[in-house]
Design a protein around this ligand. Sequence first.
Ligand code: NDP
Length: 489
Amino acid sequence: MSDAIQQAVPWEYAPAPESTDIVKLDDSYGLFIGGEFVEPKSGDRFVTINPATEEPLAEIAEAGPEDVGVAVDAARDASDHRWRDLPGSERAKYLYRIARQLQERAREFAVLESMNGGKPIKESRDIDIPLAAAHFFYYAGWADKLEYAFPGRTPRPIGVAGQIIPWNFPMLMAAWKLAPALATGNTAVLKPAETTPLTALLLAHVIQEADLPAGVVNILTGAGDTGAALVGAPVDKIAFTGSTDVGKIIRRSIAGSGKRLTLELGGKAANIVFEDAPLDQAVEGVVNGIFFNQGHVCCAGSRLLVQEPVFDALIEKLKARLQTLRVGDPLDKNTDVGAINSRAQLQKIEELVASGVEEGAEIYQPECVLPERGFWFRPTLFTGVSQSHRIAREEIFGPVLSILTFRTPEEAVQKANNTPFGLSAGVWTEKGSRILWMAERLRAGVVWANTFNRFDPSSPFGGYKESGFGREGGLHGLEPYLELEPNGT
Ligand code: NDP
């Protein structure tokens, strides 16, 4: 170990666990349909666990096709009779109420999110839950201003939205989907991911407390089959976030049905560091770009492109920084990298990392001790990566960074765009003109400059190519939920 890396080895931190007392779990949960928790007609249930301990947390109802039908009927009834014709200012009141409840119960949501998903409490506490509340606040503000958002056109709600979300940001994704749908006068049937249903079910309680009219939001827990049944149900729109493979299945299955579709899919973002970048800040940005949320981030900066003159210096600093990352108990406030979300995801990461070694890349992992139970993976760097390696092409969705080099800005652009994905990119340089030059050429929905993984409800997010289409967030995020007819029609 070099001196710099040796010096960076951190001192011991005393444990600082967040108490779980604030979370009151039921033994078993029903489906949230028509404003009430109901037993699944399917009769099926599954157990949701804590990925950091593998301990069971609760039994969850698994919605079958019949349940999906009942939920869509409830959403249709709510749309026709209780929601779409409500004045925007009235709809906004409910959204504000939900937002305030999320703030009031933020700690409970954050602890539950970390228990069920494995993410560090400092992330669920400081990012996921505050941002989820911010989305409800933001879209509440638009609810009575839609005609100003789209001048010259008459905005009308589409009807019933089927919304399918993944396990990496369960509560935040629920907010991204529900807030714009409700603000625009649509009703929703939301399906959370199989491994992370609990915060969506807590949100159902908040929705009850907010007195949202029955059926405006319905939450169906289940697995992929439940999602597929929702896609096939008589909804007017599908909003999906998840893997590109499932996105393709959904697109094929609804082709010709007239249903609207937005897809937010995978990514393989380039984080590009030029020789004039402030290296210490870039290292923090690179670490945040790939190790935030264990790398379970669709816009993660999973490919690092470093300009050759600073390659050695940057790698040395990066390795030293990795030694200081604390991997372990997600509920410990000092933890930087928590648990991998599921055994299946861990196996996928292990398989792709093994392919990197096999294909000749050089692996580096810090010497951290991993807990014995649960699903864990060390923060990992690969150097000597070529563009043809699987670890440079496929979404690993784990704490694994593939590092390549470049000499000229043109080469950086060419390598960054050499991917089927196009969700995000990062540029590190002190030259403003270079940032603009790069941003024009990078085929990515979001380009961050001298920062990474910044999210804001007022800023649209979405991809090109196999990263999907449609935008969520900002004014753009209203459009997929509206019929926009020219005035006078
Ligand atoms: P999926 O795309 O399978 O899951 C996303 C959501 O879709 C979940 O709610 C899932 O349900 C549901 N779903 C699964 N199959 C169908 C279907 N046929 N029709 C409708 N809905 C369906 O992602 P995975 O959880 O399987 O993760 C696999 C890989 O996908 C990851 O390793 C990662 O690379 C990538 N991924 C990317 C995400 C992103 O934001 N870009 C998010 C999540 C994963 P259920 O979870 O219950 O199976």
